[in-house]
Design a protein around this ligand. Structure first.
Ligand SMILES: NC(=O)c1ccc[n+]([C@@H]2O[C@H](COP(=O)([O-])OP(=O)(O)OC[C@H]3O[C@@H](n4cnc5c(N)ncnc54)[C@H](O)[C@@H]3O)[C@@H](O)[C@H]2O)c1
Ligand SMILES: N[C@H](C(=O)O)[C@H](O)COP(=O)(O)O
Length: 338
């Protein structure tokens, strides 16, 4: 896109209406400067108004039929809502798994994907969905990432979580631990290493240093604790190195994140969901974000879930959503200058 053309707006999907998504969106809007562009939300105006009322906040909440109706600037603290589907009942239970909420959350993401694929929005930022509610609504995908990748028609995608101290790319995402171990093969390793290097380059790191965490304790300790590290992961790293990627490992999973955090590596490839996400989330949910790598459009997300335990109490922190929006804005600017 030409640097002279304004980019289309970024859309935030509201997430599960019974979770903290609506309240962190309202709080985020009120942290913005009035001269900024207003937020475009794909969701439900009734539920956003309810969240604002619970918190005794009064942002302007307008509904629109298309992103092109969004004012350019001057209403930074307003929420413009692309209402998707029937309005939900104002007494929809808060903090509970509900099939109506799961179906609505899925509809918001689907609408966002349509708009991103047609170029009518520049990026998608997602507030959290609840996977149990999604499943109760009959949605077959476990999470956003799988929905986005399938709808975008790509199998070459990955989940990256990042904060100011660490970046992590996962070899597998939403699988049982047993299935995640079974999913460790040379192709899944190589794909994750390539995506990790690509994600870093997209963030402006010219020669990314990629560390690969081992699967077994002490990366197998010479075969004493399993042979996957030597038999599968090490050869995949060699293949990545032959392609020119500065990859090393497998390194013991219990210390590789510490080494990356002190600056030895730009990103760590983690062998399964919790191996990679525990170090990120342990540093705090407020700075972390989730980026889907490999899509034909930009997607960032909060690093936390629907937090049903505090939903409706006005205590949810919008910091991760603010970071996810800021990251999407930076990625849109970078893409404009490509
Ligand atoms: N981006 C996403 O859509 C996303 C991400 C993670 C989890 N989830 C889903 O969310 C649901 C609940 O997951 P969970 O309970 O494991 O994790 P969670 O992140 O919802 O909650 C974990 C803990 O962190 C707290 N917390 C989370 N976000 C917070 C915030 N913004 N401010 C203050 N405290 C916050 C919660 O109160 C809770 O104590 C699950 O269905 C899960 O799959 C969705
Ligand atoms: N694995 C993510 C996490 O724990 O933060 C989360 O489930 C979100 O995944 P999606 O972005 O695919 O919904």
């Amino acid at each position: 896109m030409s640097a002279l053309q304004p980019a289309p707006p970024i859309a935030i999907t509201m997430g599960d209406p019974a979770g903290i998504g609506p309240e962190i969106i309202v709080r985020l809007a009120l942290t913005r400067a009035p001269e900024q562009a207003p937020l475009l939300i794909i969701g439900d105006a009734t539920i956003l108004r309810r969240a604002a009322t619970h918190m005794a906040l009064r942002p302007a909440i307008e509904t629109i039929a298309h992103p092109s109706e969004l004012p350019d600037s001057g209403q930074g603290q307003a929420l413009y809502v692309l209402q998707t589907g029937e309005a939900l009942p104002v007494d929809l239970p808060i903090g509970r798994v509900d099939a109506r909420a799961g179906a609505a959350a899925y509809a918001y993401v689907s609408r966002a994907i349509d708009l991103a694929l047609s170029g009518e929005i520049a990026a998608i930022v997602t507030a959290p969905i609840n996977k149990a509610a999604l499943a109760l609504a009959g949605v077959v995908y476990p999470g956003h990432t799988e929905i986005l990748a399938d709808r975008a028609g790509t199998k070459d995608f990955g989940m990256m979580l990042a904060n100011r101290e660490l970046r992590v790319m996962l070899v597998s995402i939403h699988l049982s631990l047993r299935n995640a171990i079974a999913a460790v093969n040379q192709e899944s390793e190589l794909r994750a290493i390539r995506l990790a290097a690509r994600a870093c380059r997209d963030l402006g790191i010219q020669a990314p240093r990629v560390a690969v965490a081992g699967l077994n304790p002490h990366a197998g300790e010479g075969g004493l604790f399993g042979d996957e590290d030597a038999a599968i992961i090490a050869p995949a790293i060699e293949r990545a190195r032959a392609e020119g990627i500065d990859a090393c490992g497998p390194l013991p999973g219990d210390t590789v994140f510490m080494n990356a955090r002190r600056g030895d590596f730009d990103i760590v490839v983690a062998q399964y969901h919790d191996q990679g996400l525990i170090p990120i989330k342990y540093l705090g949910l407020d700075e972390g974000i989730n980026i889907t790598v490999g899509l034909p459009f930009i997607r960032t997300s909060v690093d936390h879930g629907t937090a049903f335990d505090i939903a409706g109490q006005g205590r949810a922190d919008p910091a991760s959503l603010a970071e996810a929006l800021a990251c999407a804005e930076a990625m849109v600017r970078a893409a404009q200058h490509d």
